[in-house]
Design a protein around this ligand. Structure first.
Ligand SMILES: Cc1ncc(COP(=O)(O)O)c(C=O)c1O
Length: 425
């Protein structure tokens, strides 16, 4: 294990170089929210910050439509060109073709499309990990009520300290395999667990499901809320059936724009539930579906937001590619993790160096004597925000606090959070 001082040194010299740190500072200056004095932002897993160009484009594009003429042919053409360019930009980030992308509003809509898309039969089984987001569990329970299926949970938390890449990654794959049953039709998993920050060995897990242990195809649907904008991704290579995400978290795009990747090979086997003109070919008799991601889209959307996403992606890429950004996230979250572990009253939820930007930790109230530390985690997070402008969040399961480290985070941000938490002793 390298020391925090060594990592900081590494960050400032070898990997990124002090010139890179200066570049980051210039890059950060394009984000109005990061320029607010004495504010330290660690909630990227909740929502990212918008760069000025993205913010400006939203207003500019609403005005543009008014100028072109609402519902004019010109405005319609402009909206369709925004739509095509945005799908292409998303697809390019994942090295897939544009027609695999469905535009949605958020991660949960994408997960719902996946959950409702297959022809569930009574007695089928849906397998989830025990780290899934409440909104996704709710979707699974609705499917259970509607179709009489069974939901199984596998204890991913038991492999909390396994890494996604190392030898111990096989523990996670074996655990999944043990929970597949002849009636399992779908497995739904988060690529990065929102509560623990664990990254799962997704490609090997998809393969374990697709190796047809019980003859029928097992669909793999991925909740990618915490992985898009963090991990370098090649979705063809991962080969999941569904990969659902939002753009407003780690990609720092506006709220209200998400997407879903659907593997082309399953396209003809699945059906949309909510439907509308966006999915239709325009030919009679109705419905005849487009044979691309549009089949799962419904109708009018806020096309005026789309350019902001493209600007956010290209702004991030102007600092470093996906691999470089991911490396910085891991290096910084290691610094935070080690610094927190060094505090006697704090224990990190994972006992291994982070592989994502999510660092979750608990304050030991028997050791921390400060009055704030005696409060529930939600109250601590609220107080850090209102009194010190330090933004972290509380989580219910496990009952803990979570800091999200982005490539935009600085060592100064980490030092400020660590000193504030140190003062709770
Ligand atoms: C793992 C996970 N899934 C789903 C969600 C919900 O995301 P959205 O609001 O984009 O649907 C979140 C949000 O925090 C999340 O972390």
């Amino acid at each position: 294990m390298i020391s925090s001082a060594a990592i900081v040194n590494h960050l400032e010299t070898d990997t990124l170089g002090s010139d890179r740190e200066r570049e980051l500072s210039a890059h950060r200056s394009h984000f109005p929210a990061l320029g607010i004095e004495n504010r330290t932002y660690f909630n990227y897993g909740g929502q990212g910050v918008l760069c000025g160009a993205a913010l400006d484009s939203i207003t500019k594009n609403f005005q543009h439509i008014e100028t072109l003429g609402c519902f004019s042919n010109a405005a319609g053409d402009w909206m369709m060109s925004e739509y095509d360019a945005t799908k292409a930009a998303i697809a390019q980030e994942f090295q897939v073709s544009s027609n695999t992308i469905t535009l949605t509003e958020n991660t949960t809509v994408g997960c719902n499309i996946a959950l409702w898309a297959i022809d569930w039969q009574q007695g089928d089984r849906l397998l989830l990990s025990d780290c899934e987001h409440p909104g996704i569990i709710a979707g699974a329970v609705q499917i259970q009520k509607r179709f009489g299926i069974e939901i199984d949970y596998f204890p991913l938390t038991n492999t909390l300290n396994a890494s996604a890449e190392g030898e111990d990654s096989s523990q996670v794959v074996d655990l999944l395999r043990q929970h597949l049953q002849p009636q399992t039709r779908m497995v739904m998993l988060s690529h990065i667990c929102w509560n623990t920050g664990q990254v799962i060995p997704l490609k090997a897990m998809v393969k374990a499901c697709h190796d047809r242990p019980y003859d029928q195809h097992i669909f793999v649907a991925v909740d990618a809320a915490q992985s898009v904008g963090v991990l370098p991704l090649n979705l063809d290579d991962i080969a999941a059936d569904f990969y659902a995400f939002t753009t407003h978290k780690w990609w720092c795009a506006p709220l209200g724009l998400g997407a879903l990747y659907i593997h082309p090979e399953i396209f003809d086997e699945i059906e949309p539930v909510f439907v509308g003109w966006r999915g239709l070919t325009g030919k009679a008799p109705i419905p005849q579906w487009k044979r691309d991601g549009a089949k799962f889209e419904v109708a009018s959307s806020t096309y005026t937001l789309y350019e902001a996403l493209r600007l956010a992606i290209s702004h991030a890429n102007s600092w470093g590619n996906q691999q470089q950004r991911y490396e910085r996230i891991c290096q910084l979250s290691q610094v935070l993790w080690q610094s927190l572990e060094a505090l006697p009253h704090i224990t990190c939820i994972r006992q291994v160096a982070p592989e994502s930007g999510l660092v979750s930790f608990k304050i030991d109230q028997t050791v921390a004597k400060n009055a704030i530390a005696q409060k529930p985690n939600a109250a601590i997070a609220r107080q850090l925000e209102s009194e010190q402008q330090i933004f972290i969040r509380a989580l219910p399961h496990p009952d803990c606090l979570r800091a999200s480290v982005h490539y935009l985070t600085t060592i100064a941000d980490i030092n400020r959070l660590v000193s504030s938490l140190a003062s709770l002793a």
